[in-house]
Design a protein around this ligand. Structure first.
Ligand code: ZN
Length: 581
């Protein structure tokens, strides 16, 4: 895959309409020049590989190496902030379950680097992802907005230029900003608008120790390679200006990176199949043979059109608990491999001599089901296994160390929190709230409700899919059903999602749907969600996925093909299906 500079269709003054307001009176703004090309505000996209429908822009895979100038305008941080002008390093970890970070206690010892971070900082026990798949969650991290407010709720939706991003704001405060990830279907790329504000973005060929690079470049070792570009960048930055760096690692994503099983190691044969899953190369153009897993998705058409149960998942179902156990072991192994990405970054911060001036935040973009409710991966449902994500923060100057914070928070709160910590003013229109009072112990509550929105499947009705979470309840609206006995879910019309309600106090495992006996709670939570959307819903930048991007999605377990546009009726008998037990 050739290394190329990516550009966006609309870099220029129109990208920053919010900025003039945000820094009014702060001086003349400077505009970014992308790469070494002449400044040209309306330079066309170079990403296109296939013709796109009218009104949309294509999303393509590929490596990216881009540079942009920082804005000339500067604001001074509030000197009274907790960590005014401190460096910030954010690591988003794909598919990381909260209970698979050792510090949370359920699986001790499998993430030593993350555990060391938790020991030096705080861990949040009720942090909620803004979605159940990567793109929409990262958009919330970078904008401080829930999905319906940024518009980014599906693979065909990108960030519009009028939504400010975290690196754009930090740039105004003089930060050098860098973004680092691998060429994979994460959505953390210019095609989706998530590059905005990063003065340096590197999307590198997937290393061998990632699911994307394993079959391309050989199996397994080396380890921690995803962190290489960020580590190099950190080492090249002097201390004259603060930095903001963000890395997205996919090392824990399916297909799990593991070695072939030893003879007799696994009688179920699942480990052998998992090993082969990451090495297979699509040969028939449909991914039918090569893609034994899927990240989720019930039988419906749209951007995601699931072709039916895949052989590997079917085998796991047939074999039951022993096979699920093998699957879980392979996932835990992948998590430990991912932890080495984190270790390299923490070591690099230490090597810079800036540990006492660097805020480090690690968050799961979403979790992984691991068969908790009949789903193995993620992207189709909103149970806590997938949306209650790990969130760790180490902040210089704060004395609370090794503590757990149990307050309800969201990925949308990350942007205002980081800005608050360094003494920067958040842009208008942010849904998130600062978690700093939780970090200092000044309060035990900063929000009453968190929304989880969107998913990998394009929705076939106007009823949104997602979750509404409060201190006491989780309300899920999902096509997959509620994980109960087939046929026992409350009746619903074709195209309508199931409604699942769980009481946190006495059902942490979310095993018993009480929606039918708590209609008033359902109505209240749905009403809050509808009111939020009515006040904030925004349109996304419409995108279409080119064949190459679809292929990379397939290689990562999203077993789908481009389908008809939203608004189609669901396929006959399209009921929840494959996933419901
Ligand atoms: Zn992800």
């Amino acid at each position: 895959m050739s290394r190329r500079r990516a550009s966006s269709p609309s870099f220029g003054r129109s990208d920053w309409p919010w900025l003039a307001l945000a820094v009014a009176g702060a001086g003349v703004l400077g505009w970014g020049v992308w790469g070494d090309a002449p400044a040209e505000p309306s330079s066309p996209a170079v990403i296109a590989a296939l013709p796109a429908p009218a009104g949309t822009l294509p999303v393509s895979p590929g490596t990216v190496s881009l540079d942009a100038a920082a804005p000339d305008a500067k604001s001074a941080p509030d000197g009274g902030a907790v960590c005014a002008g401190c460096d910030i390093v954010v690591i988003t970890v794909c598919s990381l379950r909260r209970d698979h970070v050792g510090a949370y206690g359920e699986h001790p010892g499998i993430t030593p680097a993350l555990d060391s971070l938790a020991a030096d900082g705080v861990r949040f026990t009720r942090a909620y992802a803004a979605s159940n798949f990567t793109l929409a969650s990262l958009a919330a991290v970078l904008t401080g907005r829930f999905g319906s407010h940024s518009g980014v709720t599906g693979w065909d939706k990108g960030l519009t230029a009028d939504v400010p991003t975290l690196p754009e704001v930090l740039g105004i405060y003089g930060y050098r900003t860098g973004a680092f990830t691998v060429d994979a279907p994460s959505g953390f790329r210019p095609d989706y608008g998530l590059h905005r504000g990063f003065q340096r973005m590197e999307i590198v060929p997937p290393p061998r120790d990632t699911p994307d690079g394993r079959f391309l470049q050989g199996d397994a070792t080396p380890r921690g390679a995803t962190a290489g570009p960020l580590v190099d960048w950190l080492g090249s930055q002097d201390a004259s200006r603060p930095i903001f760096a963000m890395m997205h690692t996919r090392t824990a994503h399916y297909p799990f990176v593991l070695g072939p099983p030893a003879e007799g190691e696994d009688p179920t044969g699942v480990r052998q199949l998992l090993w082969e899953a990451g090495r297979a190369v699509p040969t028939d153009g449909k991914g039918a043979q090569a893609m034994p897993g899927m990240a989720g998705g019930t039988a419906q058409r749209g951007v995601v059109s699931i072709g039916g149960p895949d052989p590997l998942q079917r085998k796991v179902r047939e074999l039951g608990a022993p096979a699920v156990a093998v699957w879980r072991e392979a996932y835990a192994e992948a998590v430990t491999r991912m932890d080495l990405d984190v270790k390299r970054v923490l070591d690099a911060i230490e090597a810079r001599g800036r540990k006492d001036r660097t805020i480090v935040l690690v968050v799961g973009d979403h979790g992984e089901s691991l068969d908790d409710h009949g789903e193995l991966l993620h992207g189709d449902a909103y149970w806590d296994s997938v949306v209650n994500v790990p969130l760790l923060m180490r902040v210089p100057g704060l004395t609370r160390r090794g503590k757990a914070v149990d307050a309800l928070v969201s990925q949308a709160d990350i942007l205002p929190t980081l800005l608050d910590l360094v003494g920067a003013v958040p842009p208008a229109g942010v849904d998130g709230v600062s978690m700093v009072p939780l970090l200092t112990g000044a309060t035990s509550r900063v929000r009453d409700v968190a929304f989880v929105e969107g998913g990998v499947a394009r929705q076939v009705s106007d009823v949104p899919r997602g979750a509404v979470v409060t201190a006491d309840w989780s309300l899920l609206r999902q096509d997959r059903g509620c994980g109960e006995v087939p046929g026992q879910d409350a009746p619903r019309r074709p195209g309508e999602p199931a409604t699942c309600l769980y009481a946190r106090a006495d059902d942490a495992a979310q095993a018993t749907n009480v929606a039918r006996t708590h209609a008033e709670v359902v109505a209240d939570l749905l009403g809050r969600w509808e009111a939020f959307r009515a006040a904030n819903a925004a349109a996304a930048a419409p995108l279409t996925l080119d064949a190459g991007f679809v292929k990379t999605l397939q290689q990562n377990g999203y077993a789908f093909t481009p389908g008809p546009a939203a608004g189609d009726t669901p396929r006959s008998g399209g009921a929840p299906a494959s996933g419901s037990r």
